[in-house]
Design a protein around this ligand. Structure first.
Ligand code: SAM
Length: 284
């Protein structure tokens, strides 16, 4: 083992992943959460919040492409998009690649996450925060969606896990707020944990979304540093056609978008909604 300090993820009390910190770039208690950014030989620059790995240079594309292009290409013509959380800027970057988008509102509780990610993880936002279509609001997402009078076509909750400031983003009050500000034919997606390790979160989210939306479901993706297998993304909409968009239509929309990806493909999109039995059992 190296003589350099280690970062031990504390998401799970009895096991976890370990990163050798070649260099600690920034560390602070922001008043909302503990933020640390460090370099690691395998993953590049890594950002963690409250002991949980949030994003790394090496594998961020998996998560940001699946969180963004699945709802955006299923919808096909999203003009107004809302992001909750997403302080590293990866979702904002990917949303702005869709030419139909007229405005993106991002509601992030912690300005320091934005500032430090722009400085130490510049390729995540890649200038997106300076895009005139981007409207950045520093607030608690649960308050914003419950007070908001605007309506959005796609809403993406790119939050931390249900702990600390992120806990409220997994509550019925938050989902009711989402319902209030989602257009009738719109879709809401949210990061919903690693399903093998956080199966109860799948069940809880399903129970809280189902009374509010015609369709509550999940799709999956495999993010290497979200350890424990596939992660699930919550999916909620009143528009039953969105999940059934054909492969041919997705291929056409993806091709017309001109977006270059490293993980997302229309085939992966369709396949992501095929859930393993233990996840189906968790939402039975
Ligand atoms: N990709 C990461 C994951 O899946 O765990 C999440 C990325 S992003 C860093 C998570 C963001 O959610 C952070 O910037 C954090 O400050 C923000 N956040 C947490 N609670 C929030 C809240 N109640 N309202 C708005 N933003 C919040």
């Amino acid at each position: 083992m190296s003589d350099k300090p280690n970062y031990l993820e504390t998401l799970y009390p009895t096991w976890g992943q370990n990163f050798v910190m070649d260099e600690v770039l920034f560390e602070v208690n922001t008043g909302h959460q503990h933020l640390v950014i460090f370099n690691n030989a395998q993953w590049g620059t890594v950002m963690a919040l409250d002991g949980v790995i949030q994003t790394t240079e090496k594998d961020e594309f998996v998560y940001h492409e699946m969180m963004t292009h699945v709802p955006m290409l299923a919808h096909g013509n999203a003009k107004k998009v809302l992001i909750i959380g997403g302080g590293d800027g990866g979702i904002l970057r990917e949303v702005l690649k869709h030419q139909n988008v007229e405005s993106v509102t991002q509601v992030e509780i912690d300005q320091q996450v934005i500032d430090m990610c722009v400085q130490y993880l510049p390729n995540h936002s890649a200038g997106a925060y300076d895009n005139p279509k981007a409207n950045i609001v520093i607030a608690d997402g649960v308050d914003f969606v419950n007070e908001c009078t605007e309506k959005f076509d796609v809403i993406i909750s790119d939050s931390t896990d249900p702990m600390g400031p992120g806990e409220v983003l997994f509550t019925s009050r938050f989902y009711q707020g989402i319902k209030n500000c989602l257009n009738d034919d719109g879709v809401f997606v949210a990061q919903n944990g690693v399903s093998f390790m956080q199966t109860d979160e799948v069940t809880t989210t399903y129970k809280r979304l189902s009374p509010l939306f015609t369709q509550a479901s999940f799709y999956s993706g495999a993010v290497p540093t979200y350890v424990g297998g596939i992660m699930t993304f919550a999916w909620a909409t009143d528009n039953l056609q969105l999940k059934e968009v054909s492969l041919e239509t997705l291929q056409q929309r993806f091709s017309q978008s001109g977006i270059k990806t490293r993980f997302y493909t229309p085939e992966v999109h369709k396949g992501a909604f095929a859930l393993p039995q233990y996840v189906l059992d968790a939402i039975a």
